[in-house]
Write a protein that binds this ligand. Structure first.
Ligand SMILES: NC(=O)c1ccc[n+]([C@@H]2O[C@H](COP(=O)([O-])OP(=O)(O)OC[C@H]3O[C@@H](n4cnc5c(N)ncnc54)[C@H](O)[C@@H]3O)[C@@H](O)[C@H]2O)c1
Length: 434
């Protein structure tokens, strides 16, 4: 199948890199987003998110004449849906006393509906948004059937999850293996034709539900692995062990690969996707459910560690370094750092947060510092919540000059205790009970 024009619906962390990469490979791309501010920003040649190389990619795509952005889709050969699939904020499911979060599929539904008047015989529709099992078959297929066309017979329909690492999205889009699940083998083949335009990694064809499940399994595996690391951090703390040392030794076993503990699990993917399994089959997912509980409660363990470092939190001034959900990105969604700041405040601490990747972020109930210096200046303690490279490069003697704090709590193993001690600091690391 040949593709001259495609529509990419949703221009966020996934849609925008995908759209600009197709444009760079000679396809005429209409990027669509319901947020008019994003469309204005892009059409001015600017970008609204931080991702290395993305500014150049979008500028080049616009300059080549292959990329435009608009709030409404147009007729095209293929439509890619890359809209958010968060969980619902205030609604929960319940099964035998287990309360679980529910997927919010409204953006996917409205994106699919926006294609309806444009859908033609021979088109390809690909859902990229991470979705609960059977979304393509049970949610997207009936919506698109309202066009009078049948998926798999009149047009191709596929599910192809994105597995890129924020910070390396443009490179991984091209190099990663990609799974394409079609509602029919011909739909998977059409999907392969589309992504072969730029994907250099292996392209695996399967059915849509398998592809949906593969994506959820990948992120659930990581969530459960981090949950066990977090539980180990609590055990190490109890038994006078350094969890970081213990994990690095355990990982010398050729068949063991424990991930790192930390303040919890955040972001738009790993902290959300496992719930899609729990919602779809609560009776089958006790392990996945409990792993979510462990990771969601890890900020409480951070607060206990900070409390131990400071004696009491009441009236103490704390500099919280990093609010992103992981190092070197500006994405603050579902960040455990955010939750940790709230919990510290609930216990009476006065927290000033500094996030170098989003210094002007406005988060309810969180006081943002306007510079690193102002965050640190009057602090009684500094809590490292995200392993941003620039934090790990701090020179302890320089930091000692700009803060009166001499107590550090490192939740991500970003700092070397000895070096900080030499500069007069006391450092407590999460999960170190020595
Ligand atoms: N960010 C990641 O690293 C990552 C990795 C793998 C998979 N995913 C998945 O990809 C999907 C998209 O994630 P993201 O991080 O790009 O989200 P995002 O929030 O960065 O971007 C989504 C964009 O879609 C727009 N949108 C919402 N509803 C729309 C509609 N009906 N029509 C047009 N535009 C609409 C929003 O305005 C937003 O700009 C999610 O399902 C996510 O789980 C994300």
């Amino acid at each position: 199948m040949k593709f001259q024009k495609i529509c990419v619906i949703g221009l966020g962390y996934i849609g925008l890199p995908t759209a600009s990469t197709f444009a760079r490979h000679g396809v005429s791309v209409l990027g669509v987003d319901i947020n008019p501010h994003i469309i204005e920003t892009l059409n001015k040649g600017e970008i609204h998110i931080h991702e290395p190389g993305l500014r150049d990619a979008v500028t080049n795509a616009i300059a080549s004449g292959n990329f435009r952005a608009a709030t409404q889709p147009e007729e095209a050969d293929a439509f890619i849906i890359a809209v958010p699939t968060p969980f619902q904020e205030n609604k929960f499911g319940e099964h035998n006393g287990v309360t679980y979060k529910l997927a919010d599929m409204r953006a996917v539904i409205s994106a699919a509906e926006s294609i309806l008047p444009l859908l033609k015989k021979g088109n390809l529709v690909v859902l990229e948004s991470t979705s609960p099992p059977r979304t393509t078959a049970d949610l997207i297929t009936p919506i698109l059937a309202r066009s009078g066309l049948v998926a798999g017979r009149d047009f191709h329909l596929a599910y192809s999850p994105e597995r890129v690492l924020p910070g390396q999205i443009l490179q991984e889009l091209i190099e990663n293996a990609r799974v394409i699940g079609g509602v029919t083998p011909a739909s998977a083949e059409a999907g392969k034709d589309l992504y072969s335009i730029f994907v250099k990694g292996q392209i695996i064809q399967t059915d849509a539900t398998t592809a949906e499940m593969v994506k959820l399994m990948e992120n659930t595996y990581r969530d459960v692995n981090i949950a066990i690391a977090n539980e180990f951090s609590r055990l190490a703390d109890k038994f006078g062990v350094d969890v970081w040392e213990a994990i690095s030794i355990a990982n010398l076993h050729p068949r063991v690969k424990i991930l790192n503990p930390g303040p919890g699990v955040g972001g738009h993917c790993i902290s959300v996707d496992p719930w899609f399994f729990v919602e779809a089959a609560p009776e089958l997912t006790p392990l996945i459910y409990h792993a979510r509980q462990v990771n969601d409660s890890q900020p409480h363990f951070v607060v206990e560690t900070v409390k131990r470092a400071l004696g009491s939190l009441s009236g103490k001034k704390i500099a919280a370094l990093g609010l992103a959900y992981k190092p070197d990105v500006d994405d603050l969604r579902e960040s455990p750092a955010n939750e940790t700041v709230h919990l510290l405040q609930e216990q009476g601490a006065q927290v000033l947060a500094w996030e170098p990747f989003k210094p002007d972020a406005q988060l309810p109930g969180i006081n943002m510092a306007d510079s690193l210096e102002s965050a640190l200046k009057d602090a009684d303690a500094i809590v490292l919540l995200v392993k941003h490279t620039e934090f790990t490069k701090f020179v302890p003697a320089d930091i000692a000059k700009i803060t009166k704090a001499r107590i550090l709590v490192d939740t991500v193993s970003g700092w070397d205790s000895e070096q900080w001690q030499k500069a007069g600091f006391t450092l407590l690391r999460l999960g170190v009970g020595k």
